[in-house]
Design a protein around this ligand. Structure first.
Ligand code: ADP
Ligand code: MG
Length: 285
């Protein structure tokens, strides 16, 4: 588009005000922000009107997709945003990397299948669950992240306040529900019953990811009843990928590594420095 060929309105005052108003009303904030700049570029490049409009529309689409993903990530309530980019698969030999990367494609969510990550503390179960959750948000699925203890608290509270059905409906609506840390806190009979109901309601309707430090045979110690545990596992494991994540704690390995590198720091250390008990790092500036 040349300078002369530009719509007369884009350079004069009133049409710009109206255009601004209309673009706002149509909820096209990127077009509003970019149209003048892109018009100048298109004039410079000799691009025609249709291509100018195409550039603007593409910018709006890209931005809209980014905003939607950000909204999904906020709605998921992740305690931290982690991805597979920062996950070191060589640190956990028991984990099937190919399976995890396949899961990151999110096709299991379309098939409404589940994922269970089992292993001792610090082996990256939460990291993997967060990264799968992030991948799901990026692929357009709604996600809810919670811990088993928090979920059960929310369910009990909702029941006491007579809004259990609404919470259950909200939980069912998520394409992916991530329940982290099943096993650290034993549940009350009511809590276990409510958790069972949640899994039961999602059965073959939506995907669930569960992480636990306990092997299946010990789940009864958390859920209380053998019958309930059996029924819950039956539903959860009908269509499931199991991630075996037993190994050395990544946290401990890292802090041990830092401690080995510490002697130099030790020499430079003043007697009143405060030392992080876990990592051996000097905390005082
Ligand atoms: P778990 O949930 O199994 O107890 P986490 O996922 O909380 O373990 O991992 C503990 C910490 O170590 C987290 O900060 C996590 O990001 C990190 N971590 C664990 N495993 C890895 C790994 N293989 N690569 C990179 N970081 C890891
Ligand atoms: Mg964890």
């Amino acid at each position: 588009m040349t300078g002369e060929a530009m719509p007369a309105g884009t350079t004069s005052g009133t049409p710009q005000v109206l255009l601004g108003h209309h673009l706002k009303q149509l909820k096209l904030p990127t077009m509003l922000r970019e149209y003048a700049k892109v018009a100048r570029e298109c004039a410079h490049d000799g691009v025609d009107h249709a291509s100018y409009l195409l550039r603007l529309v593409e910018l709006e689409l890209i931005d809209r997709e980014r905003r939607t993903v950000e909204r999904r990530i906020r709605a998921a309530r992740f305690p931290a945003v982690k991805s597979f980019d920062t996950f070191d698969f060589t640190a956990i030999a028991s984990l099937n990397k190919m399976l995890v990367l396949e899961l990151a494609r999110c096709e299991y969510i379309l098939r409404r299948e589940n994922v269970i990550a089992l292993g001792n503390s610090g082996t990256g179960k939460t990291h993997v669950a967060l990264a799968l959750g992030l991948a799901a948000c990026q692929k357009g699925f709604s996600v809810v992240f919670t811990t088993a203890a928090s979920l059960v608290n929310q369910l009990m509270e909702a029941r006491d306040e007579r809004r259990l059905l609404k919470l259950q409906r909200d939980l069912q609506a998520a394409k992916l529900l991530i329940v982290d840390e099943l096993g650290y806190v034993p549940l009350s009979p009511t809590g276990a019953e409510l958790l069972f109901e949640t899994f039961s309601q999602r059965y073959e309707r939506g995907s669930t990811i569960v992480t636990s430090n306990l092997p299946f045979e010990d789940w009864t110690s958390v859920l209380g009843s053998e019958r309930l545990t059996g029924a819950l596992l039956d539903r959860l494991t009908h269509h499931v990928s199991i991630l075996a994540m037993n190994g050395d704690s990544y946290r401990l390995k890292q802090s041990a590594g830092r401690r080995r590198a510490a002697p130099r720091a030790e020499q430079n250390r003043a007697s009143d420095d405060i030392i992080d008990q876990e990592t051996g790092e000097i905390l005082t500036p």
